[in-house]
Design a protein around this ligand. Structure first.
Ligand SMILES: Cc1cc2nc3c(=O)[nH]c(=O)nc-3n(C[C@H](O)[C@H](O)[C@H](O)COP(=O)(O)OP(=O)(O)OC[C@H]3O[C@@H](n4cnc5c(N)ncnc54)[C@H](O)[C@@H]3O)c2cc1C
Length: 476
C-alpha cells in the first residue's frame, strides 16, 4: 500500500506482542507504522528460533492461553491465525508414579462447574478440599485488593493445609504468575482465580500448533500489508520528543543509522530495556522511579526428544517435583510428529519450571538429568525410552514479579512526552505478565495515541469475557 502524504507516522520500538498489537491496531486506524525490533525475529519473549545445538526450531518456552484472554484471541483472529490454536477443555494432574486425575467442567453453573472433578481428586484429602473451598469462596466471589500481604501470608491466615498449598495453590498460581507464593500479591492471585472461574469456557486452554515466531510473523505480514515497515536487528538507541514530533535513532547493521522523524512513538519494551533508551533529564525521572520497583522472575524450559512414545497425554501438570508442566510437543504440533531418529515415532516433550530460581545456577547437564529422572517417575513408558537429544532454555528475565505493592508502580501508556506512549506486559493493564496482558497494553497505547492525535474515542480493546451462571451475581 503506497504511503499517503497525510498519514500520521508512528515508530514502534519492540516486536513482542505489545508492539505487534499496537502496530496492527494503528495500521487499521490509518497510521503509517514503522516497527524496530532488536532481535532477528518477532515475538519477543514468546518466540521460536532454530536452536544451534539440536538443529530443531524450538519455542523459547511453551506458551499457553485461556479463553478468558479475549484480546489475545481477537488478535489471533485479526491476523488470521486463530485456527492455529488447539483448545483443550480438560487439565490432567499427574502424581509421581503416574496416577492421572482430570479436571473438567460438569453441567453445573459457574463457579461450581469444576466442583465434581475437584471433589474426586484423589491427591487431596477431605481436609485439604475443605480448606481450599474456604479460600476459593472469597477469592472467586470478591475482588481482592492488594493489602500489602503476600498470597502465602493470606493462605496461612485462611487455614490452608500443607498439601492444599503444595498440590493446589502452588501448581495453579506459580504457572500463571511465575513467582513463588510468598512474592505474589493477593490481588494478582485472586485475579487469576476469579477470571478462571467466571464461566466454564474461561479455563479452556489454548496451545499453538505452530512455533511461536511462525504464529507472530502473521502480525508482521499484517502490518506490511497495510503499508507498514518492519526492521529486525534494529534496536532503538535513543529518542528526543517535542510538542510536534519525535526523533528516533536506531542501530542497524551499518552502525547507528541517521535520525528519523515520526509524529508519534510507542515504546513497547520490557522495563529493563526501556530504561536504557530514556533521555537524560527531568521528564524521565518519574518513569525511572517506577522502573526501579520492578524485578524479574525466571522460567526454564527443558526440551527432551525420546526415541519412542512416552505418553498418550498432550499435556499435564506434574505434582510434587521440580518440573511443573509437561507439553507433548510432537502431539501438539503436527509438523513434529515424525520420528527424531528415523526409526519410529518418537516423543518430543517440553517441561516447564516457572519461577525456576533453583535451576539458575545448575548446569544444563544437571537440569537434563534431574528432568529425566522426574519424567521417568511420572511416565513409566519413559523408563525404557532412550533420550535422543535435549536442550535447556533458561529465561532468566522471564516476567516481572507480581509482588505486593507493584500495581501502584505500573505506568499507564501516557508519558511526560505528549507524543510518546508506553506498552508492555509490565504496564498498567490489570493483567499479569502474559500474552493477554501484552496485547492489552498494545491496544491501550494505541487508544491513547489515537486520542492524542485527535481521533478521540477510537477503541481497540475487546470486552472481557462475560460471567455465566451464578458468577453473574458477583461479576459486574
Ligand atoms: C519462558 C516464558 C514463558 C512464558 N509463558 C507464558 C504463557 O504460557 N502464557 C502467557 O500468556 N505468557 C507467557 N509468558 C509471558 C509472555 O511471553 C510475555 O508476557 C509477553 O510475551 C510480553 O510481551 P511484550 O511485548 O510486553 O514484551 P517482549 O516480548 O519482551 O517484547 C519486547 C521486544 O522488544 C525488543 N527490544 C528490546 N530492546 C529493544 C530496543 N532497544 N529496540 C527495539 N526493540 C527492543 C525485544 O527484543 C522484544 O522483542 C512467558 C514468558 C516467558 C519468558
Amino acid at each position: 500500500m503506497p504511503p499517503t502524504p497525510t498519514q500520521p507516522t508512528v515508530a514502534i520500538a519492540g516486536g513482542g506482542l505489545a508492539g505487534l498489537a499496537a502496530a496492527c491496531a494503528l495500521s487499521d486506524a490509518g497510521f503509517r507504522v514503522t516497527l524496530f525490533e532488536k532481535r532477528p525475529f518477532l515475538g519477543g519473549r514468546a518466540s521460536s528460533y532454530e536452536h544451534p545445538g539440536t538443529g530443531e526450531v524450538v519455542d523459547n518456552c511453551q506458551h499457553v492461553l485461556f479463553r478468558v484472554c479475549t484480546n489475545l484471541v481477537k488478535f489471533y483472529e485479526h491476523i488470521g491465525v486463530a485456527d492455529q490454536i488447539r483448545w483443550f477443555d480438560q487439565m490432567n494432574f499427574i502424581e509421581p508414579g503416574g496416577r492421572v486425575s482430570v479436571m473438567k467442567a460438569s453441567p453445573l453453573p459457574a463457579p461450581l462447574h469444576t466442583a465434581p472433578s475437584f471433589l474426586h481428586f484423589p491427591f487431596l484429602s477431605t481436609t485439604d478440599k475443605l480448606a481450599i473451598t474456604r479460600a476459593l469462596i472469597p477469592l472467586t466471589l470478591m475482588v481482592q485488593k492488594d493489602s500489602g500481604q503476600s498470597f502465602q501470608q493470606w493462605l496461612n491466615a485462611h487455614g490452608q493445609t500443607k498439601n492444599a498449598v503444595a498440590r493446589f495453590w502452588h501448581p495453579i498460581l506459580i504457572s500463571a504468575l511465575s513467582e513463588d507464593l510468598d512474592r505474589i500479591s493477593v490481588s494478582a492471585a485472586a485475579q487469576v482465580v476469579r477470571e478462571s472461574m467466571k464461566t466454564p469456557a474461561a479455563r479452556h486452554m489454548g496451545v499453538p500448533t505452530l512455533p511461536l515466531t511462525d504464529l507472530y510473523n502473521a502480525a508482521g505480514d499484517y502490518v506490511r500489508s497495510h503499508g507498514g515497515r518492519l526492521h529486525c536487528r534494529c534496536p532503538l538507541e535513543s529518542f528526543a520528543a517535542d510538542a510536534s514530533q519525535v526523533r528516533v535513532r536506531v542501530r542497524d547493521k551499518e552502525g547507528v543509522a541517521p535520525e528519523e522523524t515520526f509524529d508519534y512513538l510507542v515504546l513497547a519494551l520490557p522495563f529493563d530495556a526501556l530504561e536504557s533508551v530514556l533521555p537524560m533529564g527531568e521528564n524521565s525521572i518519574p518513569l525511572r522511579e517506577k522502573i526501579a520497583h520492578f524485578e524479574n522472575s525466571p522460567i526454564t524450559g527443558i526440551h527432551l526428544w525420546f526415541d519412542r512414545q512416552i505418553s498418550d497425554l498432550d499435556h499435564a501438570v506434574l505434582l510434587d517435583r521440580t518440573i511443573q508442566w509437561m507439553f507433548h510437543k510432537s502431539r501438539l504440533q503436527p509438523m513434529r510428529a515424525q520420528s527424531e531418529n528415523g526409526s519410529g515415532p518418537g516423543s518430543y516433550i517440553e517441561l516447564v519450571v516457572s519461577s525456576s530460581k533453583t535451576l539458575i545456577d545448575k548446569s544444563r547437564a544437571e537440569i537434563v538429568d534431574l528432568a529425566l529422572s522426574e519424567v521417568r517417575e511420572f511416565f513409566p513408558a519413559a523408563r525404557d525410552a532412550n533420550l535422543v537429544k535435549s536442550t535447556v532454555i533458561k529465561e532468566v528475565n522471564a516476567t516481572y514479579s507480581p509482588r505486593p505493592g507493584i500495581d501502584a508502580h505500573r505506568p499507564t501508556p501516557i508519558t511526560a512526552w505528549p507524543r510518546v506512549f508506553l506498552a508492555g506486559d509490565w504496564t498498567a493493564t490489570g493483567w499479569p505478565a502474559t500474552m493477554e496482558g501484552a496485547v492489552r497494553s498494545g491496544y491501550l497505547a494505541a487508544e491513547a495515541l489515537a486520542d492524542a492525535s485527535g481521533n478521540k474515542g477510537m477503541r481497540f480493546l475487546s470486552p472481557d469475557m462475560p460471567a455465566s451462571g451464578l458468577m453473574r451475581l458477583f461479576v459486574k
